[in-house]
Design a protein. Structure first.
Length: 210
């Protein structure tokens, strides 16, 4: 997947269905290890809850697709994790972890009622989220001279390259996010003629905002 939707900031929401309380928490994650830690911490936080169900989709970043996992945590099979997963999948979302905690209220909801309740909790949380698009790219440090900074800014704007930070040191260091498909504009010497004496370092690979 070259680009995907996800949430900008973690969000939560709560609903009550026949005295059972459902608390949905949605997180941005980049690795399975990160997701597993959040799941563990959430179960510890809500240790007195009957269920902590989850689902997630995470890009592998190696062209092999995405990691998909869900768990009903004791609820009847197919009534919690899968419906939650379907919601984020249908929205085209990835690098997204959904956990819904249920405090049992003493009244059985039935399979249909459970599916509706877990789905509603996730949808309510998503409704409060800011949805953004991300793509694979690089964080790059460009070093330039003081008399060339305005020209550099212009060239970056022309290429829709986002400036993350600028440090005014002996020379000027500009931190930018570069989409994967635009990296050749910086590594191809022919393109570097646009800005004289351009020096750059690739800091790391990352998922960047589009």
């Amino acid at each position: 997947m070259s680009k995907f939707k996800t949430i900008k900031n973690n969000v939560s929401a709560e609903i009550v269905e026949k005295k059972s309380k459902f608390i949905a928490n949605i997180f941005y994650v980049e690795t399975m290890e990160e997701a597993d830690k959040i799941i563990k911490d959430t179960k510890k936080k809500y240790h007195d809850a009957r269920h902590n169900c989850f689902s997630y989709i995470i890009e592998t970043g190696d062209g092999e697709g995405a990691i998909v996992k869900y768990n009903d945590d004791g609820e009847p099979s197919g009534t919690a994790g899968a419906p939650m997963l379907n919601i984020i999948a249908n929205e085209g979302m990835s690098n997204t972890l959904v956990i819904v905690t249920r405090y049992f209220g003493g009244i059985l909801l039935g399979t249909g009622g459970l599916v509706r309740a877990y789905s509603e909790a996730v949808q309510k949380a998503l409704a409060s989220a800011e949805i953004i698009e991300k793509t694979k790219g690089y964080e790059l440090k460009i070093t330039t001279e003081y008399d060339k900074i305005e020209q550099l800014k212009y060239e970056l704007k022309q290429r829709d390259i986002k400036i993350i930070d600028i440090q005014y040191l002996e020379n000027i260091e500009v931190i930018v996010d570069v989409p994967y498909e635009k990296i050749d504009e910086f590594t191809n010497n022919a393109n570097k003629e646009q800005v004289q004496n351009l020096k750059y370092d690739i800091i790391k690979e990352k998922y960047i905002d589009i």
